[in-house]
Write a protein that binds this ligand. Structure first.
Ligand SMILES: C[S@@+](CC[C@H](N)C(=O)[O-])C[C@H]1O[C@@H](n2cnc3c(N)ncnc32)[C@H](O)[C@@H]1O
Length: 300
């Protein structure tokens, strides 16, 4: 997903000047989605802490949930969203507003003890890069609460079974269904988090009842109550998944002599066989002569 000819994609969705706040939330029928997301966030986020970073904070919809933190940093690429947040939150010195790209955050390593990112990952072509940057700015032992859109939910499974969609909800690769709008398999997200040193503590399936028919006919309170019960099921078949993950100690780097050498072409880990390093996949060998690993040309 993130590469075109090897380099991560750098395109950023443009929310500048958008009426997202009004058109998507306040003038639309989304009280149910807003409330169930807050339920999940309260269940996963520590009640208090020193410095919290919200990545892709938008106009600050969720800032009331961060009361227990001494300082809250709102990062977003859209200046107009941050200006809107600033207007709502006033000049409260607890809040700091930063316009930047998720993948290039202007913070020192380990600056935060908590990070959230809600409804943002589905816009990112470089999720591994964004998670790596989030891991960098989070202190060891710090908590990340993220939300991601899922490709594996009841509706997509049913449509797939009936042959009504040409993609599978079960494969791990992200699905870009509209430019810069992705759905992710929960297992893909787990793998990406593990790769940058996160341990998953808990996952909550959220927004089960996101259907116009239900929202138009049943009381919002009833839908929210039902969703909050379903979140406890842990069954990851909903369109939205909340994850709480903890940044662990960096993985131990082994000091074995040469078990970190990989094939310069395929990236596959190499095996030592006598006086050569071997790629099992390609069958290629590289010589080890007098203590020098010679990767200029393969032997075979
Ligand atoms: C759907 S809105 C969600 C806003 C907020 N998290 C919420 O739930 O109300 C997505 C936000 O992510 C921001 N965003 C998208 N890509 C970004 C990037 N590469 N760096 C920083 N912010 C980004 C957008 O500007 C937008 O404000």
């Amino acid at each position: 997903m993130s590469t075109e000819g090897g380099a991560p994609r750098k395109d950023i969705i443009d929310y500048e000047g958008s009426r997202y706040r009004h058109e998507f939330w306040e003038d639309a029928n989304r009280a149910y989605e807003d409330r169930v997301e807050r339920v999940a966030l309260r269940r996963l986020l520590p009640a208090s802490g020193r410095r919290l970073l919200e990545v892709g904070a938008g106009y600050g919809r969720l800032t009331p949930e961060y009361q227990g933190f001494n300082q809250v940093v709102l990062l977003d690429y859209s200046l107009t969203h941050l200006q809107d947040a600033q207007r709502n939150l006033g000049r409260d010195r607890r809040f700091l507003y930063v316009a930047a790209d998720v993948c290039q955050q202007p913070f020192c390593a380990g600056a935060f003890d908590a990070t959230t990112t809600i409804r943002v990952l589905h816009h990112l072509p470089d999720v591994p890069g964004a998670l790596a940057e989030t891991a960098r700015v989070l202190a060891t032992g710090g908590v990340l609460v993220l939300e991601h859109a899922s490709k594996r939910h009841l509706k997509s499974a049913l449509r797939h079974a009936l042959g009504l969609q040409d993609w599978s909800p079960y494969t791990l690769e992200p699905l870009e269904f509209v430019k810069l709008n992705f759905d992710f398999h929960p297992e893909y997200m787990r793998q990406q988090l593990a790769a940058v040193g996160f341990r998953i503590d808990r996952r909550l399936p959220v927004s089960w009842l996101r259907l116009g028919l239900l929202k138009n006919t049943l009381p919002t309170g009833l839908l929210v109550h039902t969703d909050s019960l379903l979140q406890h099921s842990g069954a990851l078949w909903s369109p939205s998944v909340f994850v709480r993950a903890t940044k662990e100690n960096p993985p131990e780097i082994s000091f074995a002599l040469d078990d970190f050498l990989c094939c310069p072409r395929s990236g596959e880990k190499l095996r030592r066989e006598g006086d050569s390093m071997v790629s099992v996949e390609s069958g290629q060998h590289w010589a080890v002569r007098d203590g020098i690993y010679d990767f200029r040309e393969p032997l075979t």
